[in-house]
Design a protein around this ligand. Structure first.
Ligand SMILES: [Zn+2]
Ligand SMILES: [Zn+2]
Length: 664
């Protein structure tokens, strides 16, 4: 008998060789119906190839028919778990491939992974065939037809030679290339119906649970992302265990399209891109700039309260600086070409990160333990080369401004500094109505200590400091082992937007590497020299990315303190234009951001047009208002607020903004 431990801590005994499905059946038939895969943590791991290999206590995601032969902890995954979705979508990519093989005999397959939402498959259609949008319904229908056969996915371990032969015979040259790179003895295939794929799993036991599918899009993708290799067709899809879930997802997708920050950014005249200026280089238009500056001012105000000092550094730095920091090696391929000068040996680089410049600021004067933490902040613009195919609105750009800061502190201050940064992030997210966010702690791989700089002791200290900080702040944090950078553990923040989509924004990152490379020191209480710990942090991540997420979260309806125009004045007819401009002048004198729409259009048309601009208030003025010095106030998406004097409206706006700002 073996002992199986459940997430609630309860333990049950089973025969050795029991499968997750049988375990679920022993609890309830309903559970057995709902689970899609399982995670198992064995106390001893049999998969060790040699006794010298360290014991790894790691959760493994397994298929429901995987026998468990020793004491283990188990998690049974239903649809709501990421693990289940992953297995579901991965199996769906096999189902799509099976359908494609039937529809397009001779089609060749590349890779077909699950992604955050759905899955894709890279394929090479047969000579002369182009797969287009109009083919999607046929692919979906074929998938549903095959799924109705309730085919099981049969796993087989195969030798490398057999695998090469089997896929070679079918003309699957891309698969053969993948197989040739695999280690013999570890190669498996999965077969459902007439389709066999090279894969290591895990999958669902059959394609039966896939009850609704949608082929979403297709695009060109180079084989293995290499522009010198053949161009394949990447077909994206998504699938669900219930039809209603697909409908809900498609409705969400529709809403997401309406909220696309590229579309709203254009409508609200916030930013632009110009091929003449260069791809991936965002240009902030006046309204967008004003909005961004308000965000920056807001952050500066909070940071000042938390003891940060603002600095400004150049957009380039000498090659030597980046040799010292290590960025020269690291960003080699992804960075822009070095900038040479007529001076011999004088080479500069566009700044990929602000950290080296800030290290120079730290070194500018001797520091004692009393000077720490030393916190310097900069809205620093950095440049990184991204392939043109990867560029996407404000979220993937070649030039962006980080809301960057570096904290230099003592080891014993790390936890407190994390808490302080988390407080700042709390304030910002609250001010912008991101109620939902979570964190991920990236830890080092405990079996691979050589990979990391810094002693075991300081790593343990920092990792515990981050854990404790999260606990004290009541922030749910998931731990990911082996995800830390070589130079220190970090904490990432993920926000959920109004549509439930997750975006990675801010980061707090411990760094033991740069202080070493730049030989940063402070004099301790013991009068000895010590290395400070460096903490990188950017609550927004970058201004570009943050504004993009904010646009999609709010659908362009920003809070009153932040929104580009707070009100638009609509004269009923030409006769009231003069009064409209007078109202604008008076409101502007009191810092209300206001524009006039005096186009020669009907009032109804003007109201509709300005609703699209998402301006919170419309002030309608006619002869009656002009006579009495009033404005008739209409709130976006709400009822009329009635008439106010110009002064009353100015007070109303300014008081609302003041209330919003004083809350933080
Ligand atoms: Zn697979
Ligand atoms: Zn940094």
């Amino acid at each position: 008998m073996i002992k199986i431990t459940f997430p609630d801590g309860s333990v049950r005994e089973y025969e050795s060789g029991v499968t997750p499905l049988q375990i679920a059946e022993s609890i309830s038939s309903r559970l057995a119906q709902d689970i899609l895969c399982a995670s198992v943590l064995e106390s001893k791991v049999e998969s060790r190839k040699t006794a010298a290999e360290p014991l790894k206590a790691e959760w493994r995601i397994v298929e429901l028919n995987q026998p468990i032969t020793e004491d283990a902890a188990i998690k049974l995954h239903k649809w709501d778990d990421e693990e289940a979705k992953h297995a579901f979508w991965h199996t769906s990519s096999h189902l799509m491939a099976e359908a494609l093989q039937e529809l397009y005999p001779g089609i060749q397959f590349g890779i077909g992974p699950a992604i955050e939402s759905g899955f894709y498959y890279d394929v090479m259609p047969p000579e002369g065939v182009v797969i287009k949008d109009t083919d999607f319904p046929a692919i979906e229908a074929k998938m549903m037809e095959l799924r109705a056969k309730k085919e099981h996915l049969e796993k087989r371990m195969v030798s490398k030679a057999d695998a090469l032969k089997a896929f070679g015979d079918k003309g699957q040259s891309y698969k053969c290339e993948l197989i040739s790179e695999l280690e013999d003895g570890h190669i498996s295939t999965y077969t459902q119906g007439a389709f066999t794929d090279l894969c290591k799993g895990p999958h669902l036991l059959s394609t039966e649970p896939i009850k609704a599918v949608k082929v979403l899009s297709c695009s060109a993708a180079y084989w293995r992302g290499d522009e010198k290799r053949p161009m394949m067709t990447r077909i994206y899809g998504i699938s669900f265990p219930k039809k209603a879930m697909l409908d809900e997802y498609l409705a969400l997708l529709e809403e997401a399209k309406k909220r696309d920050h590229r579309k709203i950014g254009k409508e609200l005249e916030l930013f632009m891109f110009s091929d003449m200026v260069g791809k991936g280089l965002p240009i902030w238009l006046p309204k967008g700039t004003a909005l961004r500056l308000r965000l920056e001012d807001f952050l500066k105000k909070i940071q000042k309260r938390y003891g940060y000092q603002q600095v400004i550094t150049p957009h380039i730095g000498s090659k030597q600086l980046y040799m010292t920091s290590g960025h020269w090696d690291h960003y080699g391929k992804d960075s822009f070409q070095p900038i040479t000068t007529p001076e011999e040996g004088e080479v500069y680089m566009l700044k990929p990160m602000n950290c080296p410049h800030h290290c120079a600021i730290y070194k500018n004067s001797p520091k004692s333990y009393k000077d720490l933490p030393f916190r310097c902040a900069e809205f620093g613009t950095v440049y990184r080369y991204e392939q043109s195919g990867e560029l996407h609105g404000l979220t993937r750009v070649r030039s962006f401004t980080q809301d960057d800061a570096h904290i230099f502190c003592r080891q014993d201050q790390v936890k407190q500094e994390f808490i302080r940064v988390m407080e700042i992030i709390n304030i910002i997210f609250k001010a912008l109505n991101f109620e939902n966010y979570e964190a991920q702690i990236s830890l080092r791989d405990p079996n691979n200590h050589e990979k990391y700089v810094g002693s075991d002791e300081i790593w343990e200290h920092a990792e515990n400091a981050i854990r404790e900080a999260c606990k004290e702040m009541n922030l749910p944090a998931r731990e990911e082992t082996g995800e830390a950078a070589f130079y220190g553990p970090k904490l990432d923040f993920m926000v959920k937007d109004a549509l439930g989509r997750r975006w990675q924004l801010g980061t707090i990152q411990v760094d033991y590497n740069l202080p070493e490379r730049f030989e940063l020191e402070y004099t301790g209480e013991d009068n000895q020299k010590h290395r400070p710990v460096m903490i990188h942090r950017a609550p927004f991540g970058s201004m570009e990315r943050f504004v993009a997420v904010l646009i999609e979260h709010t659908a362009g309806k920003f809070p009153l303190w932040l929104t580009p125009d707070q009100a638009v004045i609509l004269p009923i007819s030409e006769k009231s234009n003069e009064y409209a401009w007078k109202v604008k002048e008076m409101l502007e004198a009191q810092d209300v951001r206001v524009i006039v729409d005096d186009r020669n259009e009907k009032l109804g048309r003007k109201i509709r047009d300005n609703e699209l601009k998402r301006i919170p208030y419309m002030l309608i003025v006619g002869e009656k208002e002009a006579e009495q010095g009033l404005v008739s106030v209409r709130q976006q998406g709400a009822e009329e607020k009635g008439s106010m004097t110009i002064q009353e409206f100015a007070d109303f706006v300014n008081n609302t903004v003041k209330e919003q700002m004083n809350a933080y």
